[in-house]
Write a protein that binds this ligand. Structure first.
Ligand code: F3S
Length: 396
């Protein structure tokens, strides 16, 4: 059955709401037809990726400015993924002015379209918490995973372009993870490894993402997990295997299995091999934490760990403006900066132009960042838990 549009959607498509809306609707209709959707569904919000000039380049800048120049305006709450720099402290970061100028043009174009400059991949830590069952058009893969898996909302992994089109039209095609019949696990993962911290959850995510091959994984053997551990797990699975939905028995709100799922056991030895492979070298030039962006408790954990000093090492702790702006975060931020670290908002180690800034070796505690830093950031990775990489010189 072909995609059916309502009268209003047809009018949007045919130009009654102006050229920008017509263009956005054509994008959604084309996607809907490709994926066999029968209708569009209203979305409660859109999270838009494709923000860093490092990742979208001149073509992306031209597209975003062109849409804004045509009069595009979002009609549902819409907010941004991280960009290539802290929008207030980019000079302190060492970002080249030539990059900053182009980055600021992208931000200005999104602002003209009415997009809120949250600049974070953890909008759910910034007060944007979708309700279970709510349809969304979110784009950043870890945010998509968290919204689907931990919050029980419904979103496919949108591209920056389709998320923006959805934000303008307030709709998205009804296919994939919007439909309950697709929110079913075909791979049961029995975890016998003990998971000590978020980094272990990230290593598990890297491993299972590589084995998922398009299937929704359902974990058993994980009796409890913090929100931080779940965001690390989902981010890593999204990076290693494009997993956009997972279940954890007794932890996540949904648990549905196909009648005869494949089964996989994950041992501590298997995770140790993955962990060792992610670690490429010692002696990082930059320690970069906050992938996905740090929560308040993660900021507080770092603040505790840096009390012994950084021994001259450069430290970035990436978070959102919303988390950094909480009164409860002030003491942790002050402690990190007093130790010589920088608490950065709006950006992260993967979408900032590290190589252009002369940085070649970066330490991370994140499975997702450990996958992307070598390819996207041209970095040699030091991998370990937060405690390990902050005290590397003591515990090489
Ligand atoms: Fe977020 Fe950047 Fe990691 S966007 S999930 S901190 S790669």
């Amino acid at each position: 059955m072909a995609l059916q549009l309502t009268d209003e959607e047809r009018a949007m498509h045919d130009g009654a709401y102006g050229p920008a809306v017509a263009k956005a609707m054509r994008i959604l209709v084309t996607l809907g037809e490709i994926f066999g959707a029968e209708r569009l569904v209203p979305v409660a919000s859109a999270q838009i990726s494709g923000v860093s000039y490092q990742t979208i380049g001149p073509a992306g800048l031209e597209f975003v400015e062109g849409f804004a120049d045509e009069g595009a305006r979002v009609t549902v709450p819409a907010f941004l993924n991280p960009c290539g720099m802290d929008l207030r402290r980019w000079r302190e970061m060492g970002v080249p002015p030539s990059f900053a100028e182009l980055q600021l043009r992208i931000i200005a174009a999104y602002e003209r379209m009415g997009v809120t400059i949250t600049a974070t991949c953890t909008p759910y830590l910034a007060g944007i918490v979708p309700a279970p069952g709510e349809h969304l058009a979110w784009a950043e893969s870890s945010a998509v995973s968290y919204a689907n898996s931990v919050l029980g909302a419904r979103t496919n992994r949108e591209s920056g372009i389709s998320a923006l089109a959805a934000a303008i039209c307030g709709r998205t095609p009804d296919w994939g993870l919007h439909r309950e019949e697709n929110r079913v696990a075909a791979l049961v993962v029995e975890v016998t490894a003990s998971l000590r911290d978020s980094t272990d959850f990230g290593v598990l995510g890297v491993h299972v993402g590589r084995l998922a091959r398009g299937r929704v994984p359902a974990f058993t053997g994980i009796p409890a997990a913090t929100p931080e551990q779940l965001k690390a797990l989902g981010a890593a699975m999204a990076a290693s295997g494009a997993v956009a939905l997972y279940f954890v028995e007794g932890v996540t709100p949904e648990w549905r299995l196909v009648s005869e799922p494949e089964r996989l056991t994950v041992t501590g030895a298997a995770l140790e091999r993955v962990r060792q492979a992610l670690h490429q070298a010692d002696e990082p030039e930059l320690i970069a934490l906050g992938c996905p962006h740090c929560s308040l408790s993660e900021l507080q954990e770092v603040a505790e760990l840096v009390q012994k000093g950084l021994k001259g090492r450069r430290l970035w702790v990436c978070t959102s403006r919303a988390v950094a702006g909480q009164p409860a975060a002030a003491a942790a931020i002050a402690a990190i900066e007093a130790a010589g670290g920088q608490v950065l908002c709006d950006t992260c180690m993967v979408v900032a132009p590290l190589a252009e800034m002369g940085i070649r070796r970066t330490a991370t505690n994140s499975g997702k960042a450990a996958i992307y830093l070598p390819s996207l950031g041209r970095q040699v990775v030091t991998f370990g838990s937060t405690g390990e990489i902050l005290t590397w010189s003591e515990n090489p």
